[in-house]
Design a protein around this ligand. Sequence first.
Ligand SMILES: [Zn+2]
Length: 165
Amino acid sequence: MAARQGVLPLLPFDLDGVVAELRRTTFPGIEGDVACRFSAEIEVVAQITTEPWPGCRGDIEVNTALNVPGTPIEVIRAIVKHELLHLVAPPELVRRWGRWYREIHPQAFLMRQFETAPEFQTACEWLKRNFGRQLKTDRDGSLVIHGRRVRKGGRRRVAKAPDPD
Ligand SMILES: [Zn+2]
């Protein structure tokens, strides 16, 4: 397990266990495998990459900054919920200032998050308390932990989702 995850998990609970629990309780409609691991190669708090068709595999990466024994399971649960929501409320193309723009957190996403993850706000407050000025919101509305050493060749968030056409 540790080998597959790449980064040795230090949490007293299992990331895949959190995914399994949330799929059972909140997202029974999600098909396909969803893996979850810590990554030292991202600046965002977490991200999900997936292929643009239903039933395929999703990969959630959680920033290694959260790989400390004191990270509450409630915070991880809220973060994983947010990432799973990306599978049920995909990005939308919106036109703004004369340009098409991929909205990663469109209104439909935020509404679903409000309904299914009311604890998300509390989790954000915990992140702000713990990361202070390192925590920023990027232009997509994603939380980024600045000042983290991202491994050379590390990836920025790449959202792969269907193009609504
Ligand atoms: Zn997101």
